[in-house]
Design a protein around this ligand. Structure first.
Ligand code: CMP
Length: 140
């Protein structure tokens, strides 16, 4: 089915100047960018976005990293977009990511891991709504 998913190009990949290379992977694999914004997140925004991880030991470092520089946030649309984006990203830990995936090619560590992608339809809906009002999405 056609789905939408939320993608974030994290501060490490923005600093590396590879937004275009990552967009190209989305586009050549059938994912269309239907909304996008570049922003530096506030601490409150990053904490809210990652609220499900609030009790995890890495939460403070994650929020610090995600607010360390601008991020590129987009909605991707396409057939099976959630799983397809996760395939393109590779494993959360770049050391475990398959060769040829975004994280294998552009990420340094489990914190600075280049990209975020929603993991299920429910989280995709919540995450898209967090950053984009419906009117900001340009489908077809
Ligand atoms: P992301 O998909 O953005 O969701 C939460 C982030 O926490 C994850 O990518 C990682 O960058 C970061 N993180 C740091 N340590 C861990 C860990 N041990 N397990 C999962 N995520 C981690």
């Amino acid at each position: 089915a056609i789905q939408r998913t939320l993608s974030i190009i994290k501060p490490d990949a923005v600093a590396k100047n590879v937004i275009g290379k990552i967009y190209s992977r989305f586009e050549t694999n059938g994912l269309k960018i239907v909304a996008a914004q570049m922003r530096q997140l506030s601490q409150a925004e990053a904490e809210g976005f990652y609220a499900v991880h609030r009790e995890r030991p890495f939460f403070a470092d994650l929020v610090k990293f995600m607010t360390s520089g601008p991020v590129m946030i987009q909605v991707l649309e396409g057939e099976d977009a959630i799983a397809k984006n996760r395939q393109l990203m590779g494993a959360t830990d770049p050391k475990k990511a398959e060769p040829g995936t975004i994280r294998a090619d552009f990420a340094e560590s489990i914190d600075a891991n280049a990209v975020h992608g929603s993991d299920a339809p429910e989280t995709a809906a919540v995450e898209i709504a967090y950053f984009f009002p419906t009117l900001a999405i340009h489908s077809r």
